[in-house]
Design a protein around this ligand. Structure first.
Ligand SMILES: CC(=O)[C@@H](O)[C@H](O)COP(=O)(O)O
Ligand SMILES: NCC(=O)COP(=O)(O)O
Length: 247
């Protein structure tokens, strides 16, 4: 009997909160979505507390920290406000992401190579709070090397360019970039995750990359949940990635 390739699904619930914030209501509740996701097979719950609080709110994070059965992956910009908040919440995982106020979504990865001392200090400080830190970076050897050099245990490769590719050739090129990035990261002793813009029609080639640890997926799950319910949306995605990883 051969052992199954393990691949984890981190469910990002940000856009449940986006819908709530659009009207300032109490519903839909991202905490309920997180608990449903866990029941449906999510291996972890990802939230991005943005500086402008456009979706997830501080209270959501505090409540999630108390009720999650799996683990929280807390995405944050490298700011003093967020560092102090993470030190109080102490999420199991923290993913450091680049952030600009006006962006529609996260554009590009964190420039670790360009600010090694600053990111190194953040990784050390979060590790002292008991958090395993990953760095959300482009699949660029320079950024991967810098991440390993500063002692981050994990990276998350930004799959946005792959997801946004406009031709078969461009898609293949971006997929190859991610595949090479996974291999390069593993060869540097890093845990390699990936995410951003992944959906039901583009996720399989990424899930099939050998050695990839976890995929973080949000927007597409929330969109599909409108039609099939959140548990079903998560279960379908989990089945898809596990099958792709074991093909
Ligand atoms: C870092 C990342 O890829 C996700 O957190 C994503 O950014 C969440 O969605 P928004 O970018 O739309 O806030
Ligand atoms: N880090 C990527 C993530 O959490 C989910 O991104 P998306 O699926 O909402 O684009």
């Amino acid at each position: 009997m051969t052992e199954a390739n393990r691949i984890l699904l981190g469910v990002n619930i940000d856009h449940v909160a986006t819908l709530r914030q659009a009207r300032g209501t109490r519903y839909p509740d991202p905490v309920k979505a997180a608990l449903d996701a866990e029941e449906a097979g999510a291996d972890g719950i990802t939230v991005h507390l943005r500086e402008d609080r456009r979706h997830i709110q501080d209270r959501d994070v505090r409540v999630l920290a108390e009720v999650l059965q799996t683990r929280m992956n807390f995405e944050m910009g490298v700011t003093e406000e967020m560092m102090a908040f993470a030190e109080i919440i102490r999420p199991a995982h923290v993913c450091l992401v680049p952030e600009t106020r006006q962006e529609l979504t996260t554009e590009g990865g964190l420039d670790v190579a360009g600010q090694e001392a600053r990111i190194h200090a953040a990784v050390q400080r979060l590790a002292a709070a008991g958090c395993e830190v990953s760095l959300f970076i482009d699949a660029d050897p320079r950024q991967i090397e810098a991440s390993a050099r500063i002692g981050a245990p994990a990276i998350e490769l930004h799959t946005g360019r792959y997801a946004d590719a406009h031709s078969v050739a461009e898609t293949a090129l971006e997929l190859a970039r991610i595949r090479d990035g996974v291999e390069f990261g593993l060869s540097h002793g890093l845990i390699v995750n990936a995410g951003h813009g992944l959906h039901y029609h583009n996720v399989e080639p990424v899930a099939a990359i050998a050695g990839i640890n976890e995929l973080n997926i949000g927007h597409a799950l929330v969109a599909h949940a409108l039609f099939v319910g959140f548990k079903q949306a998560v279960a379908e995605m989990k089945a898809l990635i596990v099958a792709a990883a074991n093909r």
